[in-house]
Design a binder for this molecule. Sequence first.
Ligand code: FAD
Length: 468
Amino acid sequence: AKEKIACDVLIIGGGPGGYVAAIRAAQLGKKVVLIEKDKLGGTCLNYGCIPTKALVQSVSVLGHIKESSHYGFDVPDVTININKVMGRKNDVVKQLVSGIQGLMDNNHIRVIHGEAHVKDDQTIGVKTKQLDATIHYQKMIIATGAVPIRIPIPGSDLCEVLTSKEVLELEEIPTSITIIGGGIIGMEIAFIMNALGVEVSVVEYLPSILACLDHDVSDVVRQSAIEKGIHIYDGAKAMGIRKTMNDKMITEIDINDKSYLISSDKVLMAVGRRANLESLDYDKLGVRLNEKGSGIDIDPFMRTSNDDIYAIGDITNKIQLAHVASHQGMIAAEHIAGMAHEMHYDVIPSAIFTMPEVGTVGLSEKEAQEKEQSVNVVKFPFFACGKAIAMNEPEGFVKLIVAEEDKRLLGGAIVGAHSTDLIATITQLIQDKVTVEEALKVVYAHPTLGESIHEALLMADDRGIHFG
Ligand code: FAD
């Protein structure tokens, strides 16, 4: 049926940017319509953050079972039922997606499942089997996310060359996989696949995997990967992929002008994601892209070059993380309702679910040095933390970067067990511009991994008790 819909706020895209913006706008009394062409929750819930973490949990249980004799239990041989592993992951996703649908209903947000297209700068159209809608809005928020990049090498379009989305939907475990790209997504999947018994090779163009991290931090993950039998080829350029007569995929790589061939059943292309710029006609909307043309240009309130249109999340190509998208969504919705909170990008935590995990926030040591700040860097190793030893998780450390001048915390990185949860504490300290002395007034419970943050703070004040 044809329908004309009018709303205060129209949101295109139901990922962690769009659905959070929708709820916040509804809380502020706006009549909200959200259009989603695929599934509520977007990439994060359906094909990204959540399914990967559900699988990380499964393989970490497997890891504990395999180490069970260390804890005093003799468990006979373990077999992997991949259907159940994937089924549990799907159940987790389903539960969360239906939770979002419930939130939409509770907040009286109309969700239209269909693909939005631009009619003119005031009107969006959406056609579904049941509906041919024309939507007029006062304000619109674009939250259409990002899509995977495929590097233009021969064979990159072969059907055995998968994206992360397809890897997360595999019904059978391949014997071997070559992962092109040793960034966050590539390395998370490398550890999952390795734990499931897959022979994994990672090809990274840069000199090191997880190049976004300081070397000492990425080295812990690199060493762990190598110990687990993951083959790492860094400083290696993928030149092409071809399929042999017996269905093997051959990836040709170049290291220092020497050519090598890696054979595997599947190839994963994990070389990054780019803003989904094709899905709407931005010229018609009067919405400009940024200078590089890599995302929609926005001001600190998420406004685009068209005052009535906002953009949030991966489509803005600021920092491609779910919590950034959600925070931008809150700011956009609140700005529409007359509140003016600016978005800042300098204290954004990042969580990497490798084995061990990594959490970072604020400046890295490298960035602090590039900014020519005089810094004191301290590291407290988990092997000196009682709880980490009791947990049999002695790998890694808490690293703090502290300004020499006023002893304020500038950055932190934690590599080790539960570091993605622990990083919240350091995030709060940096956000609050706390000095080491002020931070040391906080008492940390014993025995906890959090005590390692306390010990690192003590080290920054030359008062380390258990180390250094
Ligand atoms: P998306 O979540 O991509 O949502 C955009 C939505 O818009 C999609 O559902 C799409 O269908 C819809 N859409 C697009 N065009 C239209 C249209 N024309 N009409 C209607 N609907 C449309 N981030 C983290 O913070 N932590 C993690 O651990 C993490 N792990 C990840 C693991 C993987 C494998 C991947 C791929 C990503 C991961 N990310 C992680 C990144 C995270 O998923 C994204 O940063 C986040 O989803 C961005 O949210 P968004 O709302 O901008 O876009």
